[in-house]
Ligand binder design. Structure first.
Ligand SMILES: Cc1cc2nc3c(=O)[nH]c(=O)nc-3n(C[C@H](O)[C@H](O)[C@H](O)COP(=O)(O)OP(=O)(O)OC[C@H]3O[C@@H](n4cnc5c(N)ncnc54)[C@H](O)[C@@H]3O)c2cc1C
Length: 432
């Protein structure tokens, strides 16, 4: 990999997400050599992926070059590499561009979609964890309408204009709200020769409320907002299968015919061979770490962010898989790594919950702060401010802000472009 050997200890970070970047920033001026490896050369701001999928934002406004983040840091090296295997005995990593030795290894690989073993759903559904996946979804949504125009069969039109979203966490709720707004504001103008009033947005939730990680108040209000926008909210319904056309559920009276099933029902830790044994992982494939983010049983391997599971009394299943715990763990580990190198005692990680929020659409958001809970227009402004604040890069903030103002005033989403056509394997919809 052409990384020089120095007298400094080498810390290798795998993953330039919220956790990896926070850690890298913390180590920026220290006497250590830091190598950051990521399979993408950009950091993704995942909370706004749904806006890329629904044409509200261009992908480059929520992505930021990792090299630019690190450009002024001495002793820093970035390599575009997919890490394939960890040899913890010899402290060596196998990647698709070669091998790399480490003194300390930090796994910040995030999470991946969890289909809970259902291969049929995995094969036929759409996901939204990365920018390429969001672009696929954007293309598919638009292609569905283009295809609906070409068929005389009302059943086929309905299936093409029926969107089924599984999972009513923040991702599902935000996506459902955005699709409902497109149906109302954009489709009638773009497709005047198609009866787009028949388009359906179905949000399916296995539990008894949407946004179940938030307060009851936030859940009830979010559901109310969704219904006002025309989203069909299905609770206590579990999706059991999807063959590319029919969605089956645990309730024999409830099924859907759709060309688009979006799976937002779960995530699991993104593991790497060598650290993927049962002794390391929880049921949701997260690496068990102690209070210092040290992978249990390993002295020099750490995990932070979504992939790390720090079980505690307050968080028996680990911290929520969200940006805040990831960033806080990254920063905290920075201090602890320096303590470790200087042979000082390590400090346990304590999560400061700053609250959570979700937006359902224009003027509609729900916010739970530790002391206050509020919903509606003010919550929506708070949601926008917080997301702009945490976006990396002045240009991205400016572009997103201008887009939001433009979309707000014009009721528009200009990025509804099929730049990279997505060909789904449609064995039923033969006309396509
Ligand atoms: C659609 C969506 C909406 C979300 N909305 C919110 C929200 O509103 N609020 C909130 O707090 N959280 C939200 N989250 C969750 C939040 O984005 C994650 O909790 C956060 O990104 C976790 O940070 P991380 O650093 O652990 O992982 P990530 O940010 O996922 O970064 C992991 C990095 O590791 C890299 N990587 C993985 N495996 C390898 C490998 N083998 N080799 C090299 N590189 C690798 C990846 O390319 C990636 O860059 C959302 C997530 C999604 C998908």
């Amino acid at each position: 990999m052409n990384i020089p050997k120095t007298s400094f200890q080498r810390i290798v970070i795998v993953g330039g997400g919220f956790a990896g970047i926070s850690l890298a920033k913390k180590l920026s001026k220290q006497e250590v050599q830091v190598v950051l490896l990521d399979k993408h050369n950009y950091h993704t701001f995942q909370p706004l992926l749904y806006q890329v999928s629904t044409g509200g934002l261009e992908p480059d406004s929520i992505a930021y070059p990792i090299r630019k983040i690190l450009k002024d840091y001495p002793n820093f090296y970035f390599r575009l590499a997919n890490v394939l295997e960890i040899d913890s005995v010899n402290k060596n990593l196998k990647t698709d561009i070669g091998y790399l030795k480490y003194d300390y290894l930090v796994l910040a690989t995030g999470s991946t979609t969890n289909f809970f073993g259902n291969k049929e759903i995995e094969k036929n559904s759409m996901t939204m964890k990365t920018i390429p996946q969001s672009l696929n979804l954007r293309s598919l949504i638009l292609e569905n309408f283009e295809q609906a125009l070409l068929t005389d069969s009302l059943d086929e039109q309905d299936a093409l204009m029926n969107f089924v979203i599984v999972g009513a966490g923040p991702t599902g709720v935000e996506l459902a709200g955005a699709l409902a707004e497109i149906k109302k504001g954009i489709l009638p103008k773009d497709y005047p020769d198609l009866d787009t009033r028949r388009a359906q947005i179905n949000l399916i939730q296995a539990g008894d409320r949407v946004l179940k990680e938030m307060s009851r108040e936030a859940s009830d209000k979010a559901e109310d907002f969704l219904e006002k926008l025309g989203v069909n909210v299905w609770k206590n319904v579990r999706v059991t299968g999807y063959d590319g056309k029919n969605v089956s559920t645990n309730n024999t009276n409830i099924s859907f015919e759709t060309a688009t099933l979006i799976w937002a029902a779960g995530v699991k830790g993104k593991t790497i061979k060598g650290m993927d044994g049962e002794n390391y992982l929880t049921k949701s494939c997260r690496l068990r770490v102690n209070e210092y983010n040290q992978v249990k049983g390993c002295n020099d391997i750490f995990a932070v962010g979504d992939v790390a599971c720090m079980e505690s009394q307050d968080y028996p299943f680990g911290h929520p898989m969200m940006a805040q715990p990831a960033m806080q763990q990254g920063l905290h580990l920075g201090d602890n790594l320096l303590n470790m190198i200087e042979k000082k005692p390590l400090k346990p990680f304590i999560y400061k919950d700053k609250g959570s929020m979700a937006t359902i659409g224009r003027n509609k958001a729900v916010v739970d702060l530790p002391r206050y809970k509020f919903q509606g227009v003010f919550a929506w402004f708070v949601w926008m401010f917080v997301h702009l604040y945490f976006l990396i890069g002045f240009r991205n903030r400016a572009v997103v802000f201008i887009n939001w103002v433009y979309n707000y005033i014009r009721f528009d989403r200009e990025a509804r472009l099929i730049i990279r056509p997505y060909k789904k394997n449609r064995y039923i919809f033969k006309n396509y």
